[in-house]
Write a protein that binds this ligand. Sequence first.
Ligand code: GBH
Length: 454
Amino acid sequence: APETAGADAHQFPHGFLWGSATASYQVEGTVKEDGRGPSIWDTFSHTPGKTHNGDTGDVADDHYHRYKEDVQLMKNLGLKTYRFSVSWSRVFPEGTGAPNPKGLDFYNRMLDELLAAGIAPYCTLYHWDLPQVLQDRGGWENRDTAKAFADYAGYTAGKLSDRVKHFMTMNELRTFVELGYSTGFHAPGLKLDAKGLAQVSHHAVLGHGMAVQAIRASAKPGTKVGLADNLTACTPVFDAPEHVEAAGRATREENAMFLTVIQEGRYTDGYLKRLGAAAPKFTAEELAIIGSKLDFTGINIYTPAYVRADDSEKGYAMVPSPASYPHMFSPWLTIGPEALYWAPKLVAKLWNVKEIYITENGASSADVPTPEGRILDTDRVMYLRNYLTQLHRAVAEGVPVKGYFLWSLLDNYEWADGYEKRFGIHYVDFKTQKRTPKLSAEFYREVIARNSVA
Ligand code: GBH
């Protein structure tokens, strides 16, 4: 019998895929080698005043050169799977046209290393690093970008699908659309009005749908296609039937411009009514493409969006967090473990989804090394333990979550927050590139070894 109390209390199903995730611009560095073209994040991060401390991804984790060492870290954890993204402008430096074989070579080397370690690769095709040349032609404001994305996605999946069985078209549409084109906090740093934004958003979901079709046309039979969406994780304020029902309605309506139109192939009446004259231009044919059936749905879950029932026309109301609500080191990262129970449960129920992955979940911590050089991130361990316990609750009820990708394997370039906000379970000394497992890495290794929340 196990010595540890309750060791088997939160056992996951056999074969549950424990993973971790990264993204190209956040870890690779090496932005000028082997023919890579610049992306909008090179431009944005080098524009004064846009990122914390003026930090850029020029070096990041130097993963481009250290990928073997990083796969070894994955092996030490016992990871079953790893989610990475391909840099579009490595493969097509001009965004379209002639591919750059050296760009794909890097991913080929990395994939061989992963497969030799018995780790299943999950590949994201767009994690926000649009080739700059396409931005010069309007970026996602231009419908042609959707077609260019589908061409790149189809080409890349065709080349990699001998070894990659799961592709995600895009990561977090809401983030790159809203932060890139409305608040301007992310590349390309634009501030469009509501109508402009709705059109960008439409081109993004169209690009997703066109890519689904292009991947299906070029990849080996049996290749699965999905996305990694940061849906607004509508969470009942507490578990009472009226609030649970309200959270279901809210999940559909609050995600109308992204996951809902992708799952249903139509914009909700509520969405079009809310936008009025600012509604995007679209055709029935485009909606059919956007609604292309997915093999799996990936959701990134960090924070809850609390919902309560009310008698408004919508039948629900969002509940804002009071200033005293606890959060991790990033102010936006409020703590609500039960979001990892409700989000997959509601997604499965609303759209009859049979294969769900948690494509990201994780936390920032201040991560100050002790004099001995240890990183005792008890806050991150607390966060993960509580979220995973809620994920277990969903899986135990039969919600079809097949895997979980912890963000992130390594401390890395946290976009506009630069290197200040660390999300890794391995500490990276950005002066020496030395990797050190944090307490949370030990915790996660234990979870994986036991297939149970430790
Ligand atoms: C994900 O974004 C990303 O996929 C990943 O690349 C990233 O490193 C990770 O999570 C950790 O952040 O500036 O106040 O407007 C998470 C979702 C949505 C969180 C936008 C930050 C901006 C808050 N992100 N949000 S604000």
